[in-house]
Design a protein. Sequence first.
Length: 324
Amino acid sequence: MRENHLTSQARGVYPIAITPFTDDGLVDFPSLDRLTDFFLSCGVPGITYLGVLGEASKLSDQESMQILRSVIKRVNGGAHIVVGASHVGFDNLRAFAREVMDAGASGLMVAPASGLKTDDHVVNYFEGLISAIGDHVPLVLQDYPQYTGVYLSSSVLSRLLQRHPSIKVVKHEESSALRKITALRTQERLGERAHVSILVGNSAIHLPQELHRGADGANTGVAFPEMLIEVCRRFFDGNAESAEDLYDHFLPLVRHEQQPGVGLAIRKEIFRRRGLIGSARLRAPGPVLDVADHDELGRMLDRLHRKLLSSGEESLISSYRLSV
């Protein structure tokens, strides 16, 4: 296994990168470089590209590989690069996996295909998937039933993890399924299988609770990823109360940018206001914020600024570029 391959010891915050576009709808590579440099400056252990939040379905195959090669060159081994793979057909997935891994990626993020109804269907699907791409490719298994319509029980996850050690990370993204994290960690404590990294998604909307349950960090996209990094740092250092206090300051904004439909537009606008991308445009079809949306976001950012001041967290204001 290559040194830059993802492992089951993955820990910390792996942001999901957006794809910046110009106002004309072209991939904005200077903004992509700026965003990648920002993630690296935060000290992230890895970054995921070409995910749902990266509008991967709106990119051509050529654009996807241009983006991937660009960021791999930019990162230059400084962080893991995980690539979203939504190819349902195994032949296409095999070709894609070979191309991205040869380009220097650290692993693939995969999810069960929609329509799988039983545990055996799920197990057989991943049997075929891993057989197609090879068991040498490190995988992040995305457990996101709100999107796929496929619910994975802790027992079927255990079966998959026992049979397929190439699954290095479980991306826990089932809403309010905190008991699943406990169940997975109990399996390990009882010696039923080896350790797996658990990183959480859903904009880390339940991050403090998930960390208490045994999560290793987050693999999600929010407009202030360095907040998630600081929350995890404080928690892992034994300062859980301080971690939760900081998270609570940002929770209204995290919740606001998690809205279905318009959430990505809000997230991109915050990145734009922070000077990290040049345009907040989504590729069509996609929402555009109106005047009321912009005013509302401005009020929320101003309120966050005041809360950090009053709570003694004023050192974060300049580093988080909150004068927006």
